[in-house]
Design a protein around this ligand. Structure first.
Ligand SMILES: Cc1ncc(COP(=O)(O)O)c(C=O)c1O
Length: 343
């Protein structure tokens, strides 16, 4: 059997499957900026319907869908509440400030979760002229830097109530929401209470490119203008949208396999003397801290010498991610390489 690279850096490294490529090849397309690509329209309406939202907007990346959402929900000078581990805060190039002139206030736990009491504490007093008005709560599910943490519907609902108690808009960074849904046995329709949702097709779902912003019709109409302003209008994007439709139809349920593989790796790490801390392994990620001469880069290099790629997040923490292109043989290869590290 052909073995791909043992590339555990991210679930974004996948190549389209033959079925996905065939769907892309067969897609009817048009100029989507002029509003006539039928496959993009089909993807936007299908994704919106699945998540109980009125409309959708196909964008090149999850960074763009998050940044557009923030831009539409907030005015310059506003404040956004999120986890200190949030992607919008750590990994979007300061876009909240650059694109929208907003600032961030953070709270929550070490796994990327926020709780209602955090929201109540972090919201700025409305009548105080010294304070930046808080206008948006952003949650990330699953929480990437938290270790692929799944927040679960009860918490998401409680956070919704907390947001609404302060008239905040409520945005979901759902780059990996499908992993959360599969883990919890939740359905996409359960997420209808969000004011806006960003989903990524190019992570666990295995599409080459693409994210969707979902929300009410008037919100999406404004988002479309901002997408153009940000340079995200795409022409014959139906070829990419076809990959997304294929992914939604064929690659959601199989995420359970990625979760099993991650749990297998996590169990192996538990037995290794140089691994001193692990974040709870909920989905397709394993984040762990090591104590070893040379630190995390030394383990990363040891694995690279054996043809295995993972990410060292800093001097101590590393990340392993399972995905569509990780086969059983890769897991065996990884586990034996992890065991052979002297620490
Ligand atoms: C939680 C989260 N949100 C947003 C993004 C941004 O997605 P993109 O890489 O498509 O810009 C990522 C990327 O990994 C992510 O992990």
């Amino acid at each position: 059997m052909f073995l791909n690279d043992a590339d555990f850096r991210s679930d974004t490294v996948t190549r389209p499957t033959p079925g996905m490529l065939a769907a892309m090849h067969a897609a009817p397309v048009g100029d989507d900026v002029l509003g006539d690509d039928p496959t993009v329209k089909a993807l936007e309406s299908s994704a919106a319907e699945r998540f109980g939202q009125e409309a959708g907007l196909f964008c090149p990346s999850g960074t763009m869908t998050n940044q557009i959402a923030i831009n539409v929900h907030c005015r310059p000078g506003d404040e956004v509440i999120c986890s200190p581990l949030a992607h919008i805060y750590n990994y979007e190039g300061g876009g909240v400030a650059f694109n929208s002139g907003v600032q961030v206030r953070t709270g929550g736990d070490a796994y990327g979760r926020l709780f209602p009491e955090d929201v109540h504490r972090l919201v700025q007093p409305n009548m105080d002229v010294h304070a930046a008005p808080t206008s948006l709560l952003v949650v990330e599910n699953t929480a990437n830097k938290g270790g692929g943490t799944s927040l679960g519907l009860p918490l998401l609902r409680d956070l919704h109530a907390a947001a609404k108690a302060h008239q905040l808009a409520y945005h979901l960074d759902g780059a990996r929401v499908f992993n959360a849904l599969v883990r919890e046995g939740e359905s996409m329709a359960d997420y209808a209470f969000f004011d806006s949702i960003s989903i990524c097709l190019s992570k666990g779902l295995g599409a080459p490119v693409g994210s969707l912003l979902l929300g009410p019709k008037d919100f999406i109409a404004q988002a479309k203008r901002i997408r153009k302003r940000f340079g995200g209008g795409m022409r014959q994007a139906g070829y990419l949208a076809a990959a997304g439709l294929y992914a939604l139809d064929h690659h959601v349920d199989r995420l359970a396999e990625d979760h099993e593989k991650a749990a297998d790796i996590d169990a192996c790490l538990e037995s290794l003397p140089y691994v001193v801390e692990r974040k709870p392994c909920h989905t397709n990620m394993v984040l762990f801290r090591i104590e070893a001469a040379g630190g995390a880069p030394a383990l990363q290099q040891h694995l690279a010498n054996l043809g295995i790629r993972i990410i060292a997040m800093d001097r101590e923490w590393l990340r392993i991610v399972t995905h569509l292109d990780i086969q059983a043989a890769h897991i065996d290869q990884l586990k034996s390489a992890l065991r052979s590290f002297a620490g």
